[in-house]
Design a protein. Structure first.
Length: 313
């Protein structure tokens, strides 16, 4: 059997749907460029700046950490949006069935009510992002906000005996919510919002002990940056002579912890204020939902500080 190289195959040969496929690819590329362009719309800064300050100033107290998702170890917003999306999708199905209008109105109302806490969690997450993510995020929020308004209107007009208009508003709301969901996916997976920035460390550090410098090079109480291959480390020498070593890139948005404040057994990220305990890397404050990876330490007989990931032999 003779195999043809890509160059030897005539254009369009063996692929009768090639024209359709190319059209779909072009449309997908256009859509992706449009989504990427949202992060570059500097005109949105006039909106995002004041909004960010307002959200950060909200007196949420301990509830801010709950809305950020710190107790569950990842952002809460994606969890909460399941209820309104599920309710509205189910309402759309009922709207297509005879006699489903009454139950559809109940689901529409459930979606509107459950969207409120999801919105609060989303805003709290949004306020701790960089510029590009802030711009994309405000468009995501606007799309979902219009969707909530359309569904609220749908619930009202259905109760006033106008089911056809209620259905129209409902399907319009589902369309906007779907657009918002797509932008939200772009935020999460292409722009990295909410992802743990330290997760790859286990795959980047070889097992065993690794030297990072002589003990005399480290000043007590100060964070020092060292590189272990491709992984930046934060090294802190404590008053009792013990060494604490964490990954230097903050798990929230990869901020340099070595440039942050070291106090009371913790280090604070200089970018968004996440606070990590030096002893075990636990996140005890700020928007980070994942802890910092820590390293075991030892001093060799000639005073060299060596580190390794826990359990890596």
């Amino acid at each position: 059997m003779r195999f043809l190289s890509a160059k030897s195959v005539p254009a369009g040969a063996g692929s009768p749907g090639r024209g359709v496929g190319e059209g779909c690819d072009a449309a997908a590329r256009t859509l992706l460029k449009g989504l990427d362009a949202l992060g570059g719309l500097k005109q949105l800064d006039k909106v995002t700046g004041p909004l960010q300050k307002a959200v950060r100033a909200l007196p949420l107290g301990p509830y801010r950490a709950v809305l950020q998702g710190r107790p569950i170890g990842h952002p809460l917003h994606p969890v909460l949006v399941q209820v309104p999306i599920g309710a509205w999708t189910s309402a759309a199905v009922l709207d297509l069935l005879p006699g489903g209008g009454r139950h559809a109105r109940l689901l529409v109302g459930m979606g509107v009510v459950s969207a409120l806490p999801a919105t609060w969690a989303g805003w709290v997450d949004w306020a701790e992002q960089p510029e590009r993510q802030l711009r994309t995020g405000v468009v995501h929020a606007a799309s979902n906000g219009v969707a909530i308004g359309l569904y609220a209107g749908s619930w009202v007009v259905r109760g006033r005996g106008r089911p056809l208009l209620g259905r129209v508003l409902g399907f319009a709301g589902l369309t906007l919510a779907s657009v918002g969901g797509m932008i939200g996916g772009h935020l999460a997976y292409r722009q990295g919002v909410g992802a743990n920035k330290t997760e790859p460390v286990d795959h980047l550090v070889e097992p065993g002990w690794h030297p990072v410098g002589r003990a005399a090079e480290f000043t007590e109480g100060q964070g020092v940056r060292r590189m272990l291959g491709e992984v930046p480390l934060l090294v802190v020498r404590e008053a009792d002579g013990a060494f604490r070593v964490l990954v230097d890139r903050c798990s929230h948005m990869a901020g340099p912890l070595s440039q942050g404040k070291v106090a009371d057994g913790c280090v604070e990220c200089p970018w968004h204020g996440s606070v990590f305990r030096l002893a075990d890397g636990e996140n005890v404050g700020g928007p980070a939902t994942a802890p910092q990876p820590t390293f075991e330490t030892r001093l060799t007989d000639n005073g060299v500080l060596e580190v390794r990931l826990p359990g890596a032999v």
